[in-house]
Design a protein around this ligand. Structure first.
Ligand SMILES: Nc1ncnc2c1ncn2[C@@H]1O[C@H](COP(=O)(O)OP(=O)(O)OP(=O)(O)O)[C@@H](O)[C@H]1O
Ligand SMILES: [Mg+2]
Length: 406
């Protein structure tokens, strides 16, 4: 056995929240999902502005709080951390590479070599590879789904390589180190979230995952098990609160609270006669605002964000299913707004649902935990012991979910 099993924290550093999920890898039983979730913790993000780390010391303290919270729930300490890189700092490229087999059957070592070659391809020098996603194999010119064990002379692969700026990788490593933990892996947050909320059949068909956080909305389009497109839109939940702050003339935090207490993603006729309290007037009395106005402001922005996501998807292909995740989609009526934008759930249109990570813990059964849960799952899978055969083979240490696609 390789001595890598252990307790891994999936660490999702967002612009508003830092979330940590502590999971334990269990020995390989040949079935997916062999991790136990031991605990989870959350802290308000500090030292970040949007996707940028501006104060590593402040962020380290927030990371310590979030992981400390997860450790307290678990009653165990974390041994390693798998941290998500915000998509703003990640770009993807398509690469092709090939290996000579000399008539031998394709082994995992060959697949690893293809992956390494793609990763070493002509990336800008200031980029570091964090994911390699297989799109296509061909063995002596014939397309094959799973080449393992097939004999031939030359295996080619086409793959999408995700690479983050070295600067953000360095900063994240520094933050985790300063918080007193060991960084084990970097991963793209939205891909990790997909691992937590999308079923296998969904990634195998045309499915788009739209993750709406506070400052960014990530779009991933899957088709035939491939990642067809990845995009980041720089607006999300906080943009709605900022619009409210301007539109209602109240401080941002008051607007944020009003959104959480009284907001909906879309207007319905029953909202028209209702007035809701938003902050205080000059003499400390509650200020009342028309709910229709509040919801209208939110809807304008949310509709724009979803339409931008729709354009990203439409330019790259098509989706028969839309899955929504991230804290921003917790606004009531989000699914209904998405149905309006994407023409879903009616007459055989696009199927729309909110993606929630599978968890026995109630609080974690929320779209806001998708990325942290996915990072924990991915990090734990990487470290799962899988017997002598896998020892020393880096590919066999890659996440089970990731391995299935490479
Ligand atoms: N119950 C709720 N109703 C409506 N909106 C909510 C709710 N809970 C959280 N949000 C919104 O979700 C956003 C935070 O989501 P999340 O925690 O996923 O963001 P983040 O990961 O910190 O940000 P990002 O990934 O964009 O950097 C905030 O804008 C917040 O207002
Ligand atoms: Mg986020």
């Amino acid at each position: 056995m390789i001595a890598l099993a252990g307790r891994v924290v999936g660490l999702d550093i967002g612009s508003r929240n830092v979330r940590a999920v502590l999971a334990e890898a269990r020995p390989d039983t040949g079935v997916g999902g062999n991790q136990a979730i031991l605990g989870h913790g959350r802290a308000e993000a500090r030292g970040v502005e949007g996707p940028d780390i501006v104060d590593p010391a402040a962020l380290s303290a927030a990371v310590r709080d979030a992981i400390g919270g997860a450790e307290e729930v678990a009653g165990r300490e974390a041994e390693a951390v798998c941290v998500g890189v915000p998509s703003h700092h990640v770009r993807s490229w398509m690469f092709e590479s090939a290996v000579d087999l000399g008539g031998r059957p394709v082994s995992e070592r060959h697949l690893l070599r293809l992956q390494t070659r793609a990763a070493e391809g002509t990336l800008p020098h200031d980029r570091r590879v964090i994911h390699v996603w297989r799109h296509h194999y061909s063995l002596d010119g014939t397309e094959v789904d799973d080449p393992l064990g097939h004999k031939g002379s030359r295996l080619r692969a086409r793959m999408r390589v995700f690479a983050a700026t070295s600067r953000v990788c360095g900063r994240l490593a520094q933050v985790v180190d300063r918080a007193g933990y060991t960084l084990d892996a970097l991963a793209m947050g939205s891909i990790a979230a997909a691992g937590a909320v999308l079923g296998r059949a969904e990634t195998a068909s045309s499915t788009a995952l739209i993750s709406v956080g506070a400052s960014a909305c990530d779009v991933l389009l899957f088709a035939d098990g491939r990642i067809q497109h990845a995009a980041a839109i720089p607006w999300a939940g906080e943009s709605m609160s900022r619009d409210l702050s301007r539109g209602l003339g109240v401080p941002l935090e008051v607007a944020e609270q009003a959104k959480l207490d009284h907001g909906f993603a879309m207007l319905e006729p029953e909202d028209s006669d209702v007035r809701v309290p938003v902050g205080e007037g000059p003499n400390g009395q509650p200020r009342r605002v028309s709910r229709a106005l509040l919801v209208h402001i939110i809807q304008e922005r949310f509709d724009e964000i979803l339409n931008l996501a729709k354009k990203e998807i439409g330019d790259a292909g098509e989706a028969s299913r839309i899955v929504l995740s991230g804290g921003g989609v917790m606004l009531p009526r989000t699914e209904r707004l998405a149905q309006d934008v994407f023409g879903g759930n009616r007459n055989g249109g696009v199927a729309i649902r909110v993606g929630v990570p599978r968890s026995e813990v109630d609080e974690m059964s929320s779209p806001a935990w998708a990325t942290a849960a996915g990072l924990a799952q991915y990090g734990a899978e990487r470290r799962r012991p899988r017997g002598l055969e896998g020892a020393g083979n880096a590919l066999s240490r890659a996440g089970q979910w990731l391995r299935e696609y490479f």
